[in-house]
Design a protein around this ligand. Structure first.
Ligand code: A2P
Length: 284
């Protein structure tokens, strides 16, 4: 199994000052059922992915774990992310669920663990307490880096202001219809790596005329054009597909380059359009 030559970004907030590198391209597993996850992740690893994104909420960590176990790749070659589910924010629940995540994935050390959603104070959750538990998990040595997902500027300010520990990553919905310029500028200032979820707009962006036109001009598929847009914007991107040939094509993007005019045309598609939930609307 030949690894792709994927560029990596440094997560500046690894444990004990160790440099943790995150491959810029990974495979997403949102909505992949547990009984399909082993096959999908095995396919992804076989076509060269080395970065896999899962979550407690997806209910497929065991399937991902089976793929890791059978793929025959050295653990050090893989980068595995999971996320703390909404009902598990309280300290005891977080610690217990982290143990369950590690058991399901069959790992001693996870590469990245994220707070999946910033739950509102109205749910009786203080995000600072959740973040302190994440820091405790980091200090246990069982995860190489911790971060957040779907955090808005005020959430980032609160947890960093209270703890001085900066999340390595904020994984947010991001694609040409939702370019998230305010958050990205804040991340750059704070040293947070931006990760794009639903990078293809759940597949809906593939029919966007500007994307189709650029795809024809560069001799690539619409999905490849959008993935290049993420990579050339220094984002970490985790497109999801359950089809092996699409997984392979989505990763076959390192011979394609978009020029400044094409990048600008894609940037101009921004209309603040979400395909998923707004972080302020998430409940436990
Ligand atoms: P499928 O899993 O059937 O391949 P996102 O990562 O933005 O959430 O988008 C995922 C959606 O895009 C899924 O519905 C996936 O369908 C579809 N998709 C992913 N890659 C491709 C591709 N190369 N061509 C067509 N559809 C794709």
């Amino acid at each position: 199994m030949c690894a792709l030559s994927v560029p990596a970004l440094a997560l500046t907030r690894g444990t004990n000052g160790e440099e943790v590198l995150i491959p810029q391209l990974g495979v997403g597993t949102y909505k992949v059922p547990d009984d399909e996850a082993e096959r999908v992740v095995c396919d992804a690893l076989e076509v060269g992915y080395r970065h896999v994104d899962t979550a407690q909420m997806y209910g497929n960590e065991a399937g991902v774990g089976r793929a890791i176990a059978v793929c025959g790749l050295p653990r050090r070659d893989l980068f595995i992310t999971s996320k703390l589910n909404n009902p598990n924010h309280r300290r005891d629940d977080a610690l217990r669920s982290f143990d369950a995540t590690m058991e399901a994935l069959g790992l001693d050390v996870l590469d990245l663990f994220l707070v999946h959603w910033p739950l509102a104070a109205s749910a009786g959750i203080d995000l600072v307490d959740t973040w302190r538990t994440m820091i405790e998990i980091l200090h246990s040595g069982r995860v190489r880096a911790i971060g957040v997902s779907n955090f808005q500027p005020e959430h980032l300010r609160r947890i960093v202001g209270a703890t001085d520990v900066v999340p390595a990553v904020n994984q947010i919905e991001l694609h040409p219809w939702l370019t998230q310029s305010e958050l990205r500028a804040m991340h750059a200032q704070m040293g947070i790596v931006t990760q794009s979820w639903s990078p293809l707009g759940r597949g809906r962006l593939l029919a966007e005329p500007t994307v189709v036109e650029i795809a024809e001009a560069v001799g690539a598929s619409p999905a490849q054009v959008i993935i290049r847009w993420h990579l050339q914007n220094s984002l970490v991107v985790i497109p999801k597909s359950t089809h092996r040939e699409r997984l392979a094509a989505n990763a076959d993007v390192f011979g394609i380059t978009l020029d400044d005019t094409q990048m600008a045309a894609l940037n101009a598609l921004d209309q603040g359009l979400r395909t998923g939930s707004h972080p302020d609307q998430i409940q436990v």
